[in-house]
Write a protein that binds this ligand. Structure first.
Ligand code: ADP
Length: 261
């Protein structure tokens, strides 16, 4: 009998230790998570969301979650359940159905988020349903949205940009025949690769206009909602990459200062 009660005490003691450890871990993680930075880059196709995100992500240890890149990567593997569907929507310039896009993006975030100090959302959310999903995801992971950057540019300039956009087939660095060219002709500045690709949805003028329409009809509503929350910072997307980068850097520095208070 005495033996049983000693064993019971040991079990209770171990349970208390485990519970204490789990709670401590939970509160510690919550604390770290709440300090993470989350910003969204919004703007029409070709406004430079990806390039802007790339320019600052490493300095701040942030994950750049480009919805377009994640979906393009997903469609590559035919074994993926929705690869064919995703491919069709991407080529047409249409939004991938919300349940599919959200599930793919949630999976990507779950797998990658822990290694970073926060996320730069590029091209997500693009609709009100996606904005609700993002709010819920941030709440669930005990995080907040710090700012929304709206890159503004006229459709005429955007079409010129998109028609001339190409990227390195190996590392994905983005270039433009009338803007940012490679320093040495035909050689990627970043990785030295010599093969470049054009996106199908940039080569098709209908896909370009479809993307503009979606931005006008769906994404702008989301920007308005964020504006009502006081989160939106507008940047002229044609002010040059250095100016865009400087604006973004100032914004991130302000967020970090605010988080310390
Ligand atoms: P761009 O900004 O030039 O349109 P992206 O790489 O951001 O380029 O998006 C390319 C395509 O990927 C879109 O036209 C759409 O088919 C798909 N896509 C991107 N973001 C989303 C999203 N948030 N929801 C659904 N589909 C998306």
């Amino acid at each position: 009998m005495k033996n049983i009660s000693v064993k019971l005490k040991v079990v209770i003691f171990l349970l208390v230790v485990v519970c204490f450890g789990v709670s401590l871990n939970y509160y510690f993680n919550s604390y770290i998570m709440s300090k993470k930075i989350n910003i969204i880059l919004m703007g029409p196709a070709g406004s430079g969301k990806g390039t802007a995100g790339d320019a600052v992500k490493d300095t701040y240890g942030l994950l750049k979650m480009s919805a377009g890149d994640v979906l393009r990567e997903y469609r590559k593997d035919e074994k993926n359940k929705y690869a064919k569907t995703v491919n069709e929507y991407l080529n047409a310039g249409k939004l991938v159905p919300v349940e599919i896009a959200n599930a793919i993006i949630e999976d990507f975030l779950d797998k990658n988020i822990k290694n970073y100090k926060g996320v730069i959302f590029d091209g997500f959310p693009r609709s009100e349903e996606q904005a609700i999903f993002l709010d819920e995801y941030l709440k669930k992971t005990n995080q907040t949205l710090d700012a929304v950057v709206y890159l503004k540019m006229s459709p005429e300039e955007l079409v010129e940009r998109l028609k001339n956009r190409y990227s390195c087939a190996k590392c994905g660095e983005i270039y433009n025949k009338v803007g940012k060219k490679t320093k040495k002709e035909g050689v990627c500045d970043v990785c030295g690769h010599t093969h470049f690709v054009y996106r199908e949805d940039d080569a098709d003028i209908n896909a370009i206009y479809t993307r503009f329409e979606i931005f006008e009809n769906e994404t702008k509503k989301v920007i308005q909602e964020y504006e009502a929350r006081g989160l939106v910072h507008k940047i002229q997307a044609n002010s040059g990459m250095e100016a865009v980068k400087k604006n973004l850097t100032n914004l991130l520095n302000d967020i970090i200062e605010n988080n310390k208070k």
